[in-house]
Design a protein around this ligand. Structure first.
Ligand code: GLV
Ligand code: MG
Length: 313
C-alpha cells in the first residue's frame, strides 16, 4: 500500500529480527513510526528460511495500527532474495506496506525487485502496490545513488547503512554508526549529504541507519542531531529505548512549529494584502524561500502530531 505510507512519518524505524517470535510479538506496541521485520543481517543463515513464515505470521496476526510496516529481504548477491520476496508478499496480507532492499549496488537491482513485485501483485490480485526502501551501504551503491533513487516509482525512502558502509570503505573502525573522536569533523558528512540530495531530488524520504551502542542514549541523541539538522526524516532504532529518542529528535519543537506558522501567516499577509515579496518579520527579512522552509516545519510538526499554540490574547 505504498500510497498510504509515502508521506507517513518515519522518525523512528525499528528493526526486529524475523527469527525472534518474541520480539515480533512485542514490536507493534513500541511507538515506532515504522517497523521493519528483518530477514537479512540480524538473522543467522540457518534461520533465514524459517524466519520468512514468522514474519508472514506476524504481519497477518498482529494489530499494527498506523505503523509503516516493512520487511527487509536479503540482498541480491545472496541466494535468498527471490524466495524472500515471493514467500513474504504472497503470504502477507495487504497490511504489508513495503520491502526494504539492502546493499543496493545499482539501479538495476531496484528494477529487478520492482518487476518481481509486479508479477506477484498481478498473480495474487493484490489491491495495493508494495513500496520499496533502498539501503545505500556500499561504495558502489553510493557512487550510483542518483540513478538508484530514480529507479522505480515504488521507492519511498533511501537509507544510509553506516555499519556495512564502513566495512565497504575499509574504514579502520569496529563499531558502526558512531562518531570517531580522532577524526577532526564528521567522517560521514559527505555521504550523508550525497544521499540526502539524491533522495530529495527524487521526492524520497531520507533515513539514517543504526547507532550500535545501544545503551548510550546521550551519544545517540548527539549523533542523530547531525542528520536531523541536515534534513533527514528519521533514523533506525535497534531497541525500544532508541525509539523514544528518535521520535523526539526528528520532531520540530513546539516553538519551531509555532514560529513556522507565524512566518507563513506573515508572508501570506505580505504577498496578498500588501502585495510585497519580501518583508520584515521581527528582526529578519522573509521571502518565498522562508515560506518553503517554514512549510517543511509545519508538515513535519503535523506528522508528529503537533498543533499550533493558541495566540496570547
Ligand atoms: C545497516 O544495515 C548498516 O549496515 O548500517
Ligand atoms: Mg547493513
Amino acid at each position: 500500500m505504498s500510497e498510504r505510507t509515502r508521506d507517513l512519518p518515519r522518525r523512528s524505524c525499528l528493526s526486529v529480527p524475523g527469527s525472534s517470535e518474541k520480539m515480533l510479538g512485542k514490536a507493534p506496541g513500541l511507538g515506532a513510526d515504522m517497523v521493519f521485520l528483518d530477514l537479512e543481517d540480524s538473522v543467522a543463515p540457518l534461520e533465514k528460511e524459517a524466519a520468512r513464515q514468522n514474519v508472514v505470521k506476524a504481519i497477518n496476526g498482529n494489530d499494527w495500527g498506523d505503523t509503516v510496516l516493512c520487511v527487509r529481504v536479503n540482498a541480491w548477491d545472496t541466494k535468498w532474495t527471490y524466495r524472500d520476496v515471493i514467500e513474504v508478499v504472497e503470504g502477507a496480507s495487504e497490511r504489508l506496506d513495503e520491502l526494504m532492499l539492502p546493499k543496493v549496488q545499482s539501479a538495476a537491482e531496484v528494477v529487478a525487485l520492482d518487476l518481481l513485485l509486479s508479477q506477484i501483485e498481478e498473480t495474487t490480485d493484490r489491491q495495493g502496490r508494495v513500496g520499496i526502501e533502498a539501503q545505500i551501504e556500499t561504495t558502489r551503491g553510493l557512487i550510483d545513488v542518483e540513478e538508484i533513487c530514480a529507479a522505480s516509482d515504488r521507492l519511498e525512502t533511501i537509507i544510509f547503512g553506516p555499519a556495512d558502509f564502513a566495512a565497504s570503505m575499509e574504514m579502520p573502525v569496529l563499531t558502526g554508526g558512531v562518531q570517531i573522536p580522532e577524526y577532526p569533523g564528521d567522517h560521514f558528512h559527505y555521504v550523508f549529504s550525497k544521499i540526502l540530495m539524491a533522495g530529495r531530488a527524487n521526492g524520497l524520504q531520507v533515513i539514517d541507519g543504526p547507532y550500535l551502542k545501544i545503551r548510550d542514549l546521550d551519544g545517540l541523541r548527539d549523533y542523530a542531531n547531525r542528520t536531523k539538522i541536515l534534513g533527514y526524516d528519521g533514523k533506525w532504532a535497534l531497541h525500544p529505548d532508541q525509539v523514544k529518542v528518535m521520535n523526539e529528535v526528528y520532531s520540530p519543537t513546539q516553538e519551531q512549529y509555532d514560529h513556522a506558522w507565524d512566518i507563513l501567516e506573515a508572508y501570506e499577509h505580505a504577498t496578498g494584502t500588501e502585495r510585497r515579496g519580501a518583508v520584515m518579520f521581527g528582526d529578519e527579512m522573509i521571502d518565498e524561500a522562508s515560506r518553503k522552509m517554514a512549510t517543511k516545519f509545519v508538515r513535519r510538526g503535523g506528522r508528529a502530531g503537533l498543533s499550533r499554540s493558541p495566540k496570547d490574547a
